[in-house]
Ligand binder design. Sequence first.
Ligand SMILES: *Cc1c(COP(=O)(O)O)cnc(C)c1O
Length: 448
Amino acid sequence: MSALAMFGGARAVPEQSIGQALVRWPVVTEDERSAVLRVLDSGKFTSNSMGLGEVQLLEREWAGYVGAPHCAALSNGTAAVALALAALGLQPGDEILVPALTFIGSIAGPVQRLIVPVFVDIDPRTFTMDPVAAEAAVTPRTRAVLAVHLHGLPCDMTALRELAERRHLLLVEDAAQAHGATYRGVRAGALGDAAAFSLNVTKNLPTCGEGGLVTTVSHEVHERMIRLRQFGEDLRPGRPRDYVSRVLAGNEKMSSVQAAFARSQLDRLPSYADARERNARRLFDRLGVLPGLVVPLVPEDRTHAWHILRIRFDPAAAGYPDVAPGPFRAALARVLQAEGVPVQPYQLVPLPGQRVFQTREGVGGGYPWSLPGVAEHDYRIEDHPVTMAVIEDSLTLQRWHLNPDSGPVLDLVADAFEKVWSHLDAVATIARSAPYTVPWAGSMAVAA
Ligand SMILES: *Cc1c(COP(=O)(O)O)cnc(C)c1O
């Protein structure tokens, strides 16, 4: 058994094995190059260019892929979440339920529109919103549930739909990480009243920069979306622009270059999704048998888009009941990184612990929390013990596995985990002796 790389042994994932063709993301081919050049030659650069341009074609193709009647292309995923809620009629001071484990992009846009976030703990196996905790968080001001399909796994949509119907709430998907994932055979994007996607270059369906999409079943919501993305104007292909701003709106359009690039990627999304499924399963088949290593659960009624791979660690199950989960995870991170495995945390703090929510220094200094009639919201991470535990005892793999040809590199990653598992006594020793601070120490400290 070779020595840990941390102590001078050879890396399980050697530098030279990480070929860019195997791990780069996004994969850019001749298709993307000619798509972008096609736009430059066409002279149609934005979504309001006359006729059927790249943006309209992307909207049409994405709606068809998802199985939703309408799709609007936007500037990014953050705008997509915010405009979806606005188009559904949410008002300043309305509350929405948001999982305590997600990216700030889920909620930054809505809060800027003076919508009040109410955080809900997650399920420990799926990492998505716990429907029972969601029910407990409903107040008379709650208007919507933001179902974040975190890491690419759809939420328990039956339970959330039942909750929404019982309490008269809107159900909105944040599918920024879940392109192509399904719940009971229905694709993310067709599971709620509206759904937001990100086409950021890091996501499973990337563009060459920034982009977003909103799908909806409602013709009216879609029409409002079109106005909200461009100055409140009612723009139609083939009709002269009338410059009438019907509602107050900014500019959140997508450019044609972004749309053309994303359309090329969409052509390959089904085959890439199949490759990710194969590669992730193969990796987790090997990791899942290591004691104290908990691989992601995919309930039988769902498919996973595998945007992020999250692994939890249980030191007691690994044979070290005296070692706490946080120090064990921290020691594993160091040892695995030395082996060449790019494990990293995803979010260091439950979202309510983000400094902006601790200080509630919102729009204009205090809105939405200082709006008349808005209840006191004292955000406490202790209200979300599952999220805290998951952040403390898990690590993620990001990016490499998005490349459909990453299989051989992921095999080396599995080798590295197996190697580290044959040295767990050393890992436990590091965990017992190394200084440790909780991941959220830095995020929560309020600047003096
Ligand atoms: C990326 C992301 C967003 C925001 O998308 P952008 O295109 O980066 O603005 C929102 N929610 C989640 C869950 C995300 O992962």
